[in-house]
Design a protein around this ligand. Sequence first.
Ligand SMILES: NC(=O)c1ccc[n+]([C@@H]2O[C@H](COP(=O)([O-])OP(=O)(O)OC[C@H]3O[C@@H](n4cnc5c(N)ncnc54)[C@H](O)[C@@H]3O)[C@@H](O)[C@H]2O)c1
Length: 355
Amino acid sequence: MKTLNIAVIGVGSISEAHISAYQKHPAVRLLAFCDINDAVLEAKGKKHNVTKLYSDYNVMLKELPELDAVSVCAWNSEHAPISIAALNAGKHVLCEKPMATNAADAARMVAAAKKNGKRLMIGFVRRFGNDCAIVRDFVQNGSLGEIYYAKASYIRRNGFPGGWFGDLKRAGGGPMFDLGVHVIDLVRYLMGNPKPVSVYGVTFSKLAGGRALKSRAQYQSVSTQGAGEVFDVEDFAAALIRFDNGAALNVETSFALNVKTDEGKIELFGTKGGVRLDPEFEFYSAINGYPANIKLATPTALSFLDLFDNEIHHFVDCLLSGAEFRAPMEDGAEIMRILSAVYESAASGREVSLL
Ligand SMILES: NC(=O)c1ccc[n+]([C@@H]2O[C@H](COP(=O)([O-])OP(=O)(O)OC[C@H]3O[C@@H](n4cnc5c(N)ncnc54)[C@H](O)[C@@H]3O)[C@@H](O)[C@H]2O)c1
């Protein structure tokens, strides 16, 4: 069996999910780690017994011709420069979401992959859940009929991860970028990837990401709580996105909101039935003329790490077999156009056309 040599660039919090999945794949050799934070890099190398450690990805790409592919797990503003450098060096790339901090950089990443004949997958991990596969099956079998409306929320009452997540320059945006990206992509994927035609968005920064609260968020960046930590992104955002198939998506996201509980919910509404994912799958229709809510007899949810195992094993298997990625770069670039339009609309107070 061919072995793929893999490096992980940016070995902070989420890299652990990538590393653990790569370690479970029999055709992967975890060759090197790269991080600009020496302490984080050394600790990660020691923990996973990886000895090729680099603080500069350009040096790593030059010194390791045997490298086949990299996972890009640095903060968002580094996704484009790192991915483009890796693609130009002849490596395949799995880049974490959001793909970039703006649509132009995302387009440059797509162009770099094409120019070099290398492959770029985006870390839309929610596409790899059982619930996602089941809903797609329902949609493709026509059980929902024509889907014309969707609602997605990814609301955290107190969920600012700290560090660079609040720094516009490095993050590119707040919860709409960090959390909204997951649910917008998932809804669009479930609908069969319609083209976005317009976006109306609002953003607010009223609670400074909840930083005055005494309890800390569950998910934390490794670079959290540094001196001079800034918070100049939104802490709540909402948008109405219209697609070329006539359907609309209403999305809400927050790092901080005075709401009773956190909420993660995705609902699709069609002429024959509606469906809800998160926290569990439910199908709404009518049986014999009576409104009916249907749950499956088997559990549908996967754990956080199971999702990453599925995603990363798929990435490796596609590189080995040549099969199409389930989360291709073109979809990542389309989502970047939507995200950029949310902020443009929020700033102007007008709907933004994407035609
Ligand atoms: N798919 C998911 O569900 C999911 C979950 C969490 C985070 N993420 C994404 O993963 C990425 C990382 O998030 P995180 O929470 O691990 O952040 P983190 O702050 O914990 O780790 C980021 C690491 O990247 C390093 N880094 C920054 N620039 C670098 C460069 N040029 N070269 C090498 N290393 C560099 C930092 O030093 C840090 O150690 C983000 O893009 C985030 O959106 C995805």
